[in-house]
Design a protein around this ligand. Structure first.
Ligand code: SF4
Ligand code: SF4
Ligand code: SF4
Length: 197
């Protein structure tokens, strides 16, 4: 596999505007369906010291994907080219196993699509292996775009790219947090072939 692609999200920059999830809905025709990208508001403390942190999440394209392991039809594959986990719509029988196996609830049920499951394909997965029949979207280094959620993030809180580049961004952000006295200054090392953001 060439290098695994992944998302990197910076909660300190996120203002909870939902532009990322709306951009995903528009790009992937999901305005009337369950979101592939979710904007969650995680609460901490209680009144009067109550705070919420906005967290933007989608499929993490796991290195060792539990959804792929349980799929009885081989509809879910992790692409050799970039590690993107795709659901082949031609093979999916809508059994829900992937949705139950995923610890993040990323696969969504599509009642208008013969009850099949679908999820984020990083906008780069529209090609071989996902059954959508669209031509592959080019990667940025080939003149293409980054995923639509990243393109439309208004504060540059959301990024996508090879794991090594995302780790560089995460390390730089951790240094800034350390210098600014924030307690969230740790960056965990990742295995070279692991997914996640
Ligand atoms: S986050 Fe869920 S749907 Fe995505 S690869 Fe991992 S187990 Fe599969
Ligand atoms: S719902 Fe579809 S993709 Fe998910 S486990 Fe069943 S056949 Fe595989
Ligand atoms: S578009 Fe960016 S700033 Fe707005 S909710 Fe999404 S990640 Fe946060």
């Amino acid at each position: 596999m060439s290098e695994q692609w992944t998302f990197y999200f910076e909660p300190d920059k996120c203002i909870g505007c939902h532009a990322c999830s709306v951009a995903c809905d528009v790009q992937n025709d999901r305005v009337d369906d369950d979101n592939w990208r979710e904007l969650r508001h995680e609460p901490t403390g209680s009144f009067p010291d109550y705070e919420e942190t906005a967290v933007s999440t989608a499929c993490f394209h796991c290195g060792d994907a539990p959804c792929e392991k349980v799929c009885p039809t081989g509809a879910i594959t992790k692409r050799d080219s970039d590690g993107i986990v795709t659901v082949d719509q031609d093979k999916c029988i809508g059994c829900h196993y992937c949705g139950w196996a995923c610890p993040y609830g990323a696969p969504t049920y599509d009642p208008d699509n013969d009850g099949k499951m679908s999820k984020c394909h990083l906008c780069l997965g529209e090609g071989e292996g996902d059954g959508h029949g669209k031509p592959p979207r080019e990667k940025p280094e080939e003149g293409g775009n980054t995923p639509n959620c990243v393109d439309n993030c208004v504060t540059d809180a959301l990024h996508a790219g090879p794991v090594s580049e995302m780790m560089e961004l995460a390390s730089e952000a951790a240094v800034k947090r350390f210098v600014n006295g924030s307690r969230r200054a740790l960056v965990e090392p990742v295995e070279p072939d692991s997914g996640g953001d």
